[in-house]
Design a protein around this ligand. Structure first.
Ligand SMILES: Cc1cc2nc3c(=O)[nH]c(=O)nc-3n(C[C@H](O)[C@H](O)[C@H](O)COP(=O)(O)OP(=O)(O)OC[C@H]3O[C@@H](n4cnc5c(N)ncnc54)[C@H](O)[C@@H]3O)c2cc1C
Length: 257
């Protein structure tokens, strides 16, 4: 784990209140893997005080890409940062997703959950067959589709307002399309998005034996590296795990959401 000063090399708007930022992040960009995240601090004045966690959406040699939605103080200040300015990046944090081969990979993204799935899709598409289910509030928030197209055999879309794809929830689309068709026993679902989406997928009884089901959790966190215990999640058997050091990607059969 390193903390570095990272220069912004590109910062652009993808949709209303949604931005993509490429950072010159040296050694962190070189070693970070899908599933891991970084903590961002905007400057040395500690404003806002706590660093903010963001997933990695992509890397390219010494560059790191983050995609974020403006929701509060930290992300509002981040959106004003210009190309050439610097940020402080702590990482890599969390556990990487274990690489797999010859599987059917089903990616299910809700909103900004699409960001960490892009990095994962780029890695897994070399040795696996990928399908993407992606739901957003509206057509303009169905970001990154052109980047997923070469990586996935099939893409199914849903929007809350019906402006593109099926009107309604992506979870309904996933369940409706996946269930009636026999799935290979090697199917793995990776889901990333808001908690209700993960809860719905986690609680659904998929008629596929030994289905592997992983979720990217976005618990609020303080330190990002296991010290503050602010991001604890209850395990189904007993005890707690920390989203930052034991996750943020968990087997959804093992934790309580
Ligand atoms: C491991 C991890 C990876 C993440 N990856 C991404 C990503 O790739 N892109 C992205 O846009 N966001 C991501 N998030 C969420 C992101 O960290 C928060 O949106 C961000 O910290 C908000 O900071 P803020 O100062 O703008 O908002 P604040 O002022 O801190 O909060 C504003 C509002 O957002 C809510 N909020 C803040 N943090 C979270 C959270 N973690 N989950 C749900 N609601 C929250 C608050 O309850 C409040 O309503 C991730 C979170 C985690 C833990």
């Amino acid at each position: 784990m390193k903390r570095i000063k990272a220069k912004i090399v590109e910062h652009k708007k993808l949709a209303p209140a949604i931005y993509s930022i490429w950072l010159q992040a040296g050694v962190i960009a070189g070693i970070i893997k899908p599933g891991q995240f970084v903590m961002l601090t905007l400057d040395e004045c500690f404003e806002p005080f706590l660093a903010r966690p963001l997933s990695v959406a992509d890397t390219n040699r010494d560059k790191l890409r983050l995609i974020y939605r403006v929701v509060g103080k930290g992300t509002r200040l981040l959106q004003d940062k210009k190309t050439g300015e610097s940020l402080y990046v702590l990482g890599p944090l969390g556990k990487p997703v274990k690489p797999v081969k010859n599987k059917k990979i089903v990616l299910c993204a809700g909103g900004l959950g699409i960001a960490p799935l892009l990095f994962l899709a780029k890695k897994l598409s070399k040795n696996n067959k990928l399908t993407l289910y992606f739901g957003a509030r509206t057509k303009r928030e169905l970001i990154l589709l052109d980047e997923f197209m070469p990586l996935c055999e099939k893409i199914s879309l849903a929007t809350d307002d019906g402006s593109q794809g099926k009107k309604g929830l992506v979870t309904d689309l996933l369940i409706k399309q996946l269930i009636p068709n026999p799935q290979p026993p090697t199917t793995i679902i990776f889901a990333a998005g808001p908690l209700p989406m993960l809860q719905k997928i986690s609680n659904f009884q998929f008629p596929i034996s030994n289905l592997k089901l992983f979720g990217f959790l976005e618990e609020r966190m303080g330190c990002g590296c296991g010290i503050c215990f602010g991001c604890g999640v209850k395990k189904k058997d007993n005890g707690y795990v920390r989203t930052c050091t034991d996750g943020p990607v968990f087997d959804l059969n093992e934790i309580e959401l």
